[in-house]
Ligand binder design. Structure first.
Ligand SMILES: CC(C)(COP(=O)(O)OP(=O)(O)OC[C@H]1O[C@@H](n2cnc3c(N)ncnc32)[C@H](O)[C@@H]1OP(=O)(O)O)[C@@H](O)C(=O)NCCC(=O)NCCS
Length: 198
């Protein structure tokens, strides 16, 4: 396995892969100062010829950057699911996606590509997570919630059942979302209110 991005988020992905007995041989990173992460060599900018058949995960938490990098990757994408995560057998996990320690993903949920379900987050039944969504640590998504592409659901937020959250939204940490959220909105608070739109 290869990673792209020698960040704190990458350390968590390394720990997941290690728990699954998978070896990471190298990490790409655009910062030439970075040389090593947890004893794994950081080998510089992306090179499609480096271990071209190895799967790769983009280990960057920031959705927009993950999306931009995904466009020019030629390796196949891997996935990483920690053994302590409870993922129902009737869940689809798109390429490049990761599910962290203690997360729960319930029956009927579909996760797009390059999605992050972070530490201890709960995604209940029949949710639909678009590509490049990040469900941050400790979030609760109730049943049948839809989340559009590139949206960040901030740490500890709660989203009530059957709601649709648009694409490119930012749900501030600790929000309680009780109504649908339009594309590009930033919301915060309990109940969550729109504070900005893009
Ligand atoms: C919403 C958010 C993006 C705001 O960031 P910001 O624009 O830098 O805002 P600031 O920190 O300058 O704070 C601006 C105001 O909003 C308030 N505020 C910031 N975050 C808030 C939140 N989550 N809920 C309620 N109020 C918040 C601040 O207290 C401050 O209030 P004030 O003007 O009365 O002093 C950020 O706080 C946040 O929640 N990000 C999500 C982080 C996250 O969960 N990441 C996942 C990591 S794994």
């Amino acid at each position: 396995m290869l990673l792209y991005g020698a960040s704190g988020h990458a350390k968590v992905i390394l720990s997941i892969l290690e728990a699954n007995g998978q070896r990471v041989t190298a990490i790409f990173d655009d910062d030439p100062e970075k040389k090593l992460l947890e004893r794994i060599p950081v080998i510089g900018t992306y090179d499609p010829k480096h271990e071209p058949t190895a799967p790769l995960i983009i280990s960057i938490g920031y959705n927009a950057v993950r999306r931009q990098i995904a466009r020019h990757i030629q390796h196949v994408f891997g996935t990483a699911i920690h053994p302590t995560a409870l993922v129902d057998t009737n869940v689809t996990v798109g390429e490049g996606s990761v599910i962290m320690q203690g997360a729960i993903v319930q029956v009927g949920t579909s996760m797009g590509k390059h999605v992050i379900v972070n530490t201890g987050a709960t995604v209940d039944h029949d949710c639909k997570l678009g590509d490049f969504v990040h469900v941050a640590p400790g979030v609760t998504l109730c049943g049948s919630v839809q989340v559009g592409e590139n949206t960040l659901i901030g740490a500890g937020s709660v989203v009530a059942p059957n709601l649709t959250i648009g694409a490119d939204c930012l749900i501030a940490a600790g929000s309680v979302v009780t109504v649908c959220v339009p594309n590009g909105a930033t919301v915060r608070g309990n109940p969550a209110r729109i504070i900005a739109t893009s």
